[in-house]
Design a protein. Structure first.
Length: 131
């Protein structure tokens, strides 16, 4: 489900969440306007407001994932190597988010054999070799 999540009086955004109980939600994507880092899998508390939005209250439980973020070239985002990289993240039990055509966020289980830094460099190198 999607909710409008407010972090202060000036910022709000649509956020994909799973409702876990009264005023308890698990984030399914990274909120970009949060004043503190929030990630997919975090359980948050948010209070409903009269306008139908929800005001962020607190983090109740952190995601059990490790989080990574890079700015990548647009040519990589448009390449087969990008698709292969994201498939490798999913195969390792992780999630990924592509934001604004150049930000890549990866969320991986803490116990994984995948080193995303090394994997990304390998895929970036293979994409550069194709150019």
């Amino acid at each position: 489900m999607q909710i409008r999540l407010r972090f202060d009086d000036a910022s709000q955004e649509q956020s994909e969440v799973t409702q876990l109980g009264t005023n308890r939600f698990r984030l399914e994507e990274t909120p970009l306007s949060a004043p503190e880092p929030l990630y997919p899998g975090d359980t948050i508390e948010a209070q409903p407001l009269q306008d139908g939005s929800y005001r962020f209250g607190s983090i109740l439980e952190r995601s059990p994932m490790s989080h990574y973020s890079w700015v990548v070239p647009r040519s990589f985002v448009d390449s087969a190597a990008y698709h292969e990289f994201t498939k490798s993240i999913e195969a390792a039990g992780g999630k990924w988010e592509g934001i604004a055509g150049g930000i890549l966020r990866v969320h991986l289980p803490q116990r994984t054999d995948v080193d995303p830094e090394i994997a990304l460099q390998r895929f970036l190198s293979s994409e550069a070799g194709e150019a």
